[in-house]
Design a protein around this ligand. Sequence first.
Ligand code: 11C
Length: 346
Amino acid sequence: KGLHVAVVGATGAVGQQMIQTLENRKFPVETLTLLSSERSAGKKVVFKGQEIEVQVAKPESFAGVDIALFSAGGAVSKALAPEAVKRGAIVVDNTSAFRMDENVPLVVPEVNESDLTWHNGIIANPNCSTIQMVVALEPIRQAFGLKKVIVSTYQAVSGAGSQAIEELKTQAKAILAGESFTPEILPVKSERKHYQIAFNAIPQIDKFQENGFTFEEMKMINETKKIMHMPELEVAATCVRIPVMTGHSESVYIEVEKEGISAEQIKRVLKEAPGVVLQDDPADQLYPMPADCVGKNDVFVGRIRKDLDRDNAFHLWIVSDNLLKGAAWNSVQIAESLLKLGLVNL
Ligand code: 11C
């Protein structure tokens, strides 16, 4: 028999990609329940050629659901994920609500698929900028060890949702037409101040914490340590929003354990790594860019070079579609892993 799958946040930027990914991957869906807030309920979404009406998400919506993919914000997950679990569903949650809960595995299948075996009903899908980084770092850690990571991100507006996508379009048009506009969404909708994103770069993603880092930066730091099982790993992050629609880019500095490693050795490891596409040929101006990675599930890595001062340090450029590997594809991939490992109650 096929599965009863629910998508919570079905009309959002990530929810839409989840539905498309379930279809593209031919995931064995027998029944698809699409759920949202009251505001979006009633909309119709096409899945495998059939229109499905989006319903208001309530505890009872999860009766009979085998797998529920959540991407409707942390508050919705906190309220409804336990209700779904109570009714027998396994939840794959794409919000930050449960990621650091020690009873909840935080999973990127290429890195720590085996953590799925100890789930208690909820599995957390990491933050998009964390996922693409650990997919590239784990094979390097396995081969050469890893001591330190310093990352600067160049993040697309779609990471902040559909309203941020619209805001970039509207502002770009207004600026080119010489018209005035009022920023309302970015950097953070609920913040006091909003800034222009078109033709700009905003060094704030999510809210500032007491330590001076933003929440997005702390997510990258804490989630990386948890996924890689390396509480001792030194990680620092600076997260920046840029006027790209989709595709997060990252400039990453790493220090490995082993001395005397060459950039060629790092490249050879990444060439064989699961989920990674090596795009690195300076002679041919080959390197990853967000415009080329949109719509693809892989993590693209290039600009790999040895540091000029430290023997065990390297620089990398990592790009991926934040809505796919960073969100929808990683969630569906977790569901595929659950099936493969025989962890779904049928
Ligand atoms: C962004 N990384 O680009 C965020 C979006 O914790 O899942 C993902 C937020 C999250 O704004």
